[in-house]
Design a protein around this ligand. Structure first.
Ligand SMILES: *[C@@H]1O[C@H](CO)[C@@H](O)[C@H](O)[C@H]1NC(C)=O
Ligand SMILES: *[C@@H]1O[C@H](CO)[C@@H](O)[C@H](O)[C@H]1NC(C)=O
Ligand SMILES: *[C@@H]1O[C@H](CO)[C@@H](O)[C@H](O)[C@H]1NC(C)=O
Ligand SMILES: *[C@@H]1O[C@H](CO)[C@@H](O)[C@H](O)[C@H]1NC(C)=O
Length: 867
């Protein structure tokens, strides 16, 4: 897994207030607008291939600005396949650029020109131009779709350049106008290029691991020259190089690596060229150290320095401590002892067969990266220059004191402002992270013009010139675009890669019943890719509050009422005991029923002797329920009446002759499995001492097997339960289990459901990713829920699944399942649980629903694991 090299903890931020430093550029923070919209980039630094008119000259190509005729427009229309028009920005020094924004020409509604697509070219020296490509090698960036919305695009990988060209492209002849902004920060490493032998390919158990520098922007023949690439992209490789591939490109993607087989001298030479002579303090090399795979950090490095034309005779050598204990990737810091140089050549000596680097950074002069918000600029002159309340009667002698006080006040103000900013920033960032993660949108498209404060904010600094009067004037504007991270960019692209998806998206799910008809179609966006945001909210809840099973095509004749194979029960034989739960139109009661045996004779073995009362659950529709609720209730009866399995709660009888309508189902004396297990402990010494009731492992397994068996039956009828969990399993004598459906109606379990917009409640901790994101409920999503139920069972329901995550984080985690970049969190292996059973769980949580086992298979596997 790839991660940012520099994490920014709040603590670090606080520290960095006082030491505004971090050893290297952090792509997550380096997202400042570089001055097209703010004006820091001068008009003369903006140029273009041509202009339509003086009022659409290059200098009007500033994002969010309406000057001139509202944008830069080239003289001619953009033709397919032609790449001659461009808008160029000179940043005057090298910058690390992580994000670009484009905007069409709106001009108060008159303009309607924009670039649908564009290419970025960049140059560090003004002569060699390089086309930017994303990590998959795609060059063309999708731009605007209308003239008024700003579209931001993450540059992944980021680029390092002084000159940037935006080149509109089109698949048909069209007029294009553009306004642009660049986001990033200054490139303080000063590194212009590194030259190194090309990265090699490792063969690991027959599988190739490509350790080439896949984003190198120079020439690659047998060696790499004149470019920058993965060693400077600000992203570190993970400890296990075979896994490090957050971009889904190929294993080993994050690393550049070499084997000693190819280097007879025992070292790899890398040469670094800088923009000017610099006074170097350190070099940090991020190395893999997975010695189990014969990868180690270098044994020794020898660096040569060149300040003017010549290489210094005396090199500098450094040998890091060999580390055969910790396989973690790490930064090795090499002191460069304040050598002045404009080029450095280092020989990295192999310590093992392989050497792999993912980042190399340089620290020189006093240049330090900002980790936090920029300190407020102190407007014009020194803070003391315009003290208000200057009293002419107080003369020169106390002016020093006043100056001092003024200074202090100004400093206090600045500090307060900074603290406020930090608090703000944290709150915002939290909100943003949520917002951004929820935004599983097709593109990272942000409409700033709609005042979407979610992605930018303006910070007004107190202007010392008005302090200490208290009136804050916005003297400088500071905007920062928050990191959304590379992983939020284009899920649709990822989604398209999944073969299952293409088909599935087109099909409708099998979840559609009359009560859940909204769930029946996977929402399909314009481009055929379903979106999270478009997933309809599914209401699983039946009229009396429990979930309702979803069944296949319940035809209307089924609903006509004539085939209800359940008998009417005399209401008076029910004795109310306890309310189990309630829903919008009814309640679920626990009752005792007399004479139930008459109703249960037929194909059914209810273990009761004559005249004994039995416990039943009675779902009761309130008399004042509306017609729809009544229909739903009858449908539920139809569905329930079809279910006859020893491990499924059965409908015993109904009372639909008169109001209130009732549905009488079995109930089991030991209550639900969740409470049952909570009261029990695993067998063991502890339980023995505490004298608590226990359940043996084999009985746990026995119960789980019954759940699987009941679900096997449900799925054989193509019924989808949609809320399988221990709270919905009832326990009878001798650990018998029957699956029920009242969990959702019960207050006791309200914490297990997530309420959406006050309408639907969803058991998100049990739901598969596709149920949450796409509203798809299928047998395969029941299998997922079974995995969670099994987990609950083996942990004795001592905690909620993902108890350490909030509901929002659970949904975020769902997004990780969807993106499948190995960042999803799985429920851990319960301590009681043998490997084989945990494997079953993991199979239930496979991303691809088709790869999940069937209930029959689960049933078999559990049977086998019992012996
Ligand atoms: C750090 O912040 C200062 C003040 O805003 C700014 O001038 C400077 O360019 C920033 N440095 C970098 C590397 O972004
Ligand atoms: C790196 O290796 C991969 C896999 O062989 C290849 O597709 C890619 O083109 C290579 N990239 C470069 C820059 O050599
Ligand atoms: C480099 O910087 C250090 C510390 O700032 C200073 O002591 C040293 O003289 C500088 N070296 C040169 C060659 O300027
Ligand atoms: C490469 O390194 C391994 C492990 O240190 C060593 O056994 C081998 O002899 C080296 N090969 C060459 C060609 O130096």
């Amino acid at each position: 897994m790839k991660r940012l090299c520099v994490t920014h903890f709040p603590l670090l931020m606080l520290l960095s207030l006082f030491r505004d430093v971090t050893p290297q550029v952090n792509p997550g923070v380096c997202r400042h607008p570089l001055g097209m919209s703010g004006g820091q980039i001068q008009d003369e630094d903006i140029s273009a291939s041509s202009q339509w008119s003086e009022s659409t000259a290059a200098r009007y190509g500033r994002l969010d600005s309406e000057e001139g005729d509202g944008a830069w427009c080239p003289r001619t229309t953009i033709e397919p396949g032609s790449l001659k028009e461009f808008l160029q920005v000179d940043l005057r020094s090298l910058h690390f650029i992580t994000l670009v924004g484009t905007h069409g020409r709106h001009a108060g509604g008159i303009g309607n020109e924009f670039a649908q697509m564009y290419i970025i070219k960049y140059s560090r020296d003004g002569s060699r131009w390089i086309s930017w490509r994303n990590r998959q090698g795609k060059q063309v960036i999708d731009g605007n779709r209308n003239a008024y919305d700003i579209v931001l695009k993450d540059l992944e990988p980021p680029l390092i350049a002084r000159f940037i060209r935006f080149m509109p492209v089109s698949d048909h002849s069209m007029s294009v106008c553009m306004r642009v902004e660049l986001y990033g920060c200054e490139w303080l490493d000063g590194l212009v290029s590194y030259n190194a032998p090309a990265g090699e390919q490792m063969s690991l158990e027959g599988e190739p691991v490509h350790l080439n520098d896949s984003v190198y922007d120079g020439a690659v023949i047998s060696s790499m020259t004149e470019g920058l690439g993965q060693l400077t992209d600000g992203m570190c490789g993970s400890d296990d190089f075979t896994q490090s591939d957050v971009y889904n490109v190929w294993p080993g993607y994050d690393y550049v690596g070499w084997t000693n087989e190819s280097f007879a001298d025992g070292y790899v030479e890398i040469m670094f060229e800088f923009d000017r002579a610099r006074n170097f303090t350190t070099m940090k090399v991020h190395c893999n150290n997975m010695f189990t795979r014969n990868v180690k950090t270098f044994r020794q490095v020898t660096c040569y320095f060149r300040s003017e034309a010549d290489w210094e005779a005396k090199p500098l050598s450094f040998s890091p401590m060999p580390d055969d204990a910790n396989p973690g990737a790490r930064f090795v810091t090499v002191s460069l002892a304040n050598h002045m140089a404009s080029a450095i050549k280092c020989h990295f000596y192999f310590a093992d067969t392989w050497m792999m680097f993912s980042e190399i950074t340089f620290q020189s002069d006093t240049a330090m990266y900002n980790t936090t918000l920029a300190p407020p600029k102190t407007g014009g002159g020194p803070p003391t220059s315009t003290q208000p309340g200057d009293d002419p009667t107080h003369k020169v002698d106390d002016s020093n004191t006043r100056i001092l006080i003024g200074c202090l006040v100004a400093i206090i103000f600045i500090l307060i402002a900074i603290i406020v900013i930090i608090l703000w920033r944290q709150v915002w960032q939290k909100m943003l992270e949520k917002a951004s993660r929820r935004m599983l949108d097709d593109e990272l498209t942000v409409s700033l013009s709609l005042q979407s404060e979610v992605f930018t904010y303006t910070q007004n600094n107190p202007s010392p010139s008005t302090a200490p009067g208290g009136e804050h004037e916005s003297s400088s504007t500071y905007e920062r675009i928050f990191p959304l991270g590379p992983d939020y960019q284009e899920p649709s692209r990822l989604i398209r890669k999944l073969p299952e998806f293409a088909e599935e998206a087109a099909l409708t799910s099998t979840a559609g019943t009359a009560t859940a008809s909204k769930a029946s179609t996977a929402p399909v966006a314009q481009d055929g890719v379903p979106h999270y945001a478009e997933a309809d909210i599914v209401n699983l809840q039946g009229v009396t509050g429990g979930n309702t099973y979803a069944g296949p095509a319940l035809t209307m004749d089924l609903l006509s009422g004539k085939d209800v194979a359940v008998d009417e029960f005399p209401r008076k034989l029910l004795t109310f005991k306890e309310k189990l739960g309630e829903g919008q139109f009814g309640e679920v009661h626990l009752c005792e029923a007399e004479g139930m045996q008459e109703f249960t004779n037929r194909d059914f073995s209810f273990d009761i002797t004559d005249n004994q009362t039995v416990l039943v659950a009675v779902k009761m529709l309130r008399a004042d329920a509306n017609k729809n609720a009544r229909n739903d209730f009858l449908k539920e009866i139809k569905i329930m009446s079809r279910l006859k399995d020893p491990n499924i709660i059965r409908l015993l009888a109904v009372c639909i002759g008169s109001d209130p309508f009732c549905m009488i189902t079995e109930y089991m004396e030991n209550g639900d499995l969740n409470q049952f297990l909570c009261r029990h402990e695993p067998e063991g010494l502890l339980a023995l001492i505490g004298n608590v009731p226990t359940v043996s492992y084999s009985n746990l397994c026995y119960m789980a097997t019954q759940i699987a068996s009941g679900m096997r039956y449900l799925s054989s009828l193509n019924f989808v339960h949609r809320d399988l969990a221990t709270r919905n399993c009832l326990v009878g004598k001798n650990y018998t289990i029957k699956i029920a459906d009242f969990g959702m109606s019960r207050n006791l379990y309200s914490g297990d459901y997530y309420r959406i917009q006050g309408r639907a409640v969803l058991p998100i901790r049990w739901m598969s990713w596709e149920s949450i994101l796409l509203g798809k409920f299928t047998t395969a999503s029941d299998v997922w829920a079974f995995g969670v139920t099994l987990w609950e069972t083996l942990t004795f329901c001592k905690e909620q699944p993902y108890s350490q995550l909030t509901d929002e984080q659970v949904i975020e985690n769902t997004g990780e399942f969807f993106r499948d970049q190995q960042r999803q969190i799985y429920l851990p292996q319960p301590s009681q649980c043998p490997e084989s059973v945990y494997k079953i769980m993991l199979c239930c949580w496979r991303r691809n629903s088709k790869e999940r086992p069937s209930f029959q298979e689960i049933y078999q596997a559990l049977l086998e694991s019992q012996v």
